[in-house]
Design a binder for this molecule. Sequence first.
Ligand code: FDP
Length: 338
Amino acid sequence: MSEKFDVDAPTLSRYVMQNTKDHELTILLNTLATSFKLIASAVGRAGVAQLYGLAGEVNSTGDDQKKLDVMSNDMMINALVHSGVCCVLVSEENEEPIFVPPEKQGKFCVAFDPLDGSSNIDCNVSVGTIFSVFEKKEGTVNDLLRSGADCICAGYCTYSSATELVFTFKGGTVEGFCLDPTIGEFVHTRVDMKFPSDGGKRIYSCNEGNFVHWDQPIKDAVEEFKNSAKPYSARYVGSMVADIHRTLLYGGIYIYPADKKSPKGKLRCLYEGIPMALIIEQAGGIASTGLFEGKIGRVAELTPDSIHCKCPIIMGGPRDVGIIYNCYKKHGVETPEL
Ligand code: FDP
């Protein structure tokens, strides 16, 4: 019987309670976990519940909103507002920040993309939620317009063959939890996740349709991935959560660089770049901006100048980020130590 039933389930709540003495942080993570269960349920029932398709609106970033985008956003906002531990919320789906009513306010500010990769929803390809958490200072949006170094917790949840939550506390390890549908709980399944130390599988992941817009060093590096003695495989889901989750587990490199068409890249700094950078770095990988506004820096050190601003992203291990840096060097660009 004990082989089939876990009599000592290492749940998310237990992990958080054991690893932080902060009760409000425990409430916050439980609240986020509840929203992820709701979103997973909606994503899983999208076909039968007729949730595919557009909601008829355009979101803060100019994308058409899908019905599931709107639902997921409502699920997260309702849960976080009523948690009693949040103060300011920023969502990809809302142009303006959301201020929690004073009687329900707590000490956290949370930025999130409720359903990232939503152009993949209608064909059942993996989608996910990404979040970053900051502590309240003045209770305004400035509390979120801070360096990624001030982010106290970051994570993502992927809705795929399994629903999996990966998160890290500032300066901590990266931990993975799978939703066990039989008990409705996230269970600790990946302890101290590490980016493969040898760089892992030889995979490059990017939207190569943007090739013509890229700077020469990025073009050269991608050509090098393809033409090396042992050519890399191309893998690009087009859902950031899925592409980063694979990169973290298998290795390789994921890039969405700045280019002539998008000088700041495409991905959003506050709820895509910074949280993913924290996870990749704290798992032992590198999260670089590539050449951005005249220099190459860490995504985790960026300070967003507005809640929906963008940043370029190059994430991988030293083996592959090094290939990109060498291409920059050949063009006279100073590169950081790896
Ligand atoms: P989507 O537009 O489908 O929501 O930033 C959002 C995002 O997806 C990421 O999840 C994804 O990695 C990226 O955009 C895909 O961009 P391209 O379609 O330009 O490749």
